[in-house]
Write a protein that binds this ligand. Structure first.
Ligand code: BQF
Length: 297
């Protein structure tokens, strides 16, 4: 009985496995054509962003994917950023383009995302790619929702007819994962409810949830008393909280209070080591896909 409770979804090891699978595919693709090539642009001094970018470059290396880290001045003009993106869009040697968010506050991220070719949009943030999710015919899916679907697939979570509750309505996670879970597809066919800050009586909605995706960005907001026994919980939060005990002075916690929720969940993703590593692995998959798209292979 107890073995059915609190089984931890090991995103870190699944991600490592996927990275080695992609590395094999990249090797064979590179023999026929050339190595997939990713451009990563970063501006600003957000320290978490620097960490994420470094881990993406390192993972690309493991996959045999070529990558360029393009460090833009922190005071870059919007017009100059557009010029750089146009160059990369037109460069036939570049398959994937990623602009690390957040950008400096005076730059409109939507205009920047719009400037990236949808066929090189490995983050899947371009309205064209988001639209294709709505159409039920996705091309590039944002890496976090894609990683969640992949975990659900690999852990054989049955979604058909289940009540899935998504907490959070962001363009990058909440909305796309809701669509994917509701889609007429193998890991879809769920009945999806989207909750947010204006939702009334979230506790009542959560009591009926078989699957919960928590993507609000609020540390440990989902607690054990809010979920039903046996629920599958996917924690998308990556929150830094102060911790004098650690070297860095902070530690990562999710949007889920792991201690209490894991007592009731049948499956749960930890933070760190759950969804986060999957996000990075999916970026590699999207980059290989972009390269294949170019060579129609
Ligand atoms: C882990 C991200 C918010 C805003 C912008 C592994 C990552 C994170 C956590 C990672 C994220 C979150 C990324 C863990 C990329 C995921 O072990 O738990 C990897 O690198 N992520 C990002 O690029 O931009 C963000 C979250």
């Amino acid at each position: 009985m107890d073995s059915e409770i609190g089984k931890i979804i090991d995103g870190k090891s699944i991600a490592a496995k996927i990275v080695s699978e992609i590395a094999k595919e990249v090797k064979s693709f590179s023999k026929d054509f050339r190595a997939p090539h990713l451009a990563v642009l970063i501006s600003g001094d957000d320290s978490a962003s620097r960490v994420y970018v470094r881990s993406k470059i390192r993972t690309a290396e493991k996959c045999g994917i070529k990558s360029d880290l393009i460090n833009l001045p922190f005071d870059i003009k919007e017009s100059e950023l557009f010029r750089r993106l146009d160059e990369l869009n037109n460069d036939t040697n570049i398959d994937g383009i990623l602009v690390q968010l957040p950008l400096p506050s005076y730059i409109d991220p939507k205009k920047v995302i719009n400037r990236i070719s949808p066929y090189k949009d490995v983050d899947g943030f371009h309205p064209y790619n988001l639209g294709r999710i709505l159409e039920g015919d996705p091309l590039f899916v944002p890496c976090t929702p894609l990683g969640i679907i992949e975990l659900i697939k690999r852990y054989e979570v049955d979604t058909t007819g289940k009540n899935a509750v998504v907490i959070g309505r962001s363009v990058i996670v909440g909305k796309p994962i809701s669509m994917l879970l509701a889609d007429k597809s193998e890991n879809g066919n769920a009945t999806v409810t989207i909750c947010h800050s204006r939702t009334r009586d979230i506790k009542k909605i959560l009591r009926a949830a078989d699957i919960i995706v928590c993507a609000v960005g609020k540390a440990e907001m989902l607690t054990g008393d809010m979920v039903k026994p046996g629920v599958v919980v996917i924690d998308v939060g990556v929150n830094r909280v102060k911790d004098a005990e650690t070297k860095k002075g902070y530690r990562l916690v999710g949007d889920v209070d792991f201690e209490s929720v894991s007592q009731k969940a049948s499956l749960i993703t930890p933070v760190p080591g759950g969804v986060g590593p999957m996000t990075v692995a999916m970026l590699m998959g999207n980059t290989l896909k972009a390269a294949r798209l170019k060579y129609k292979k």
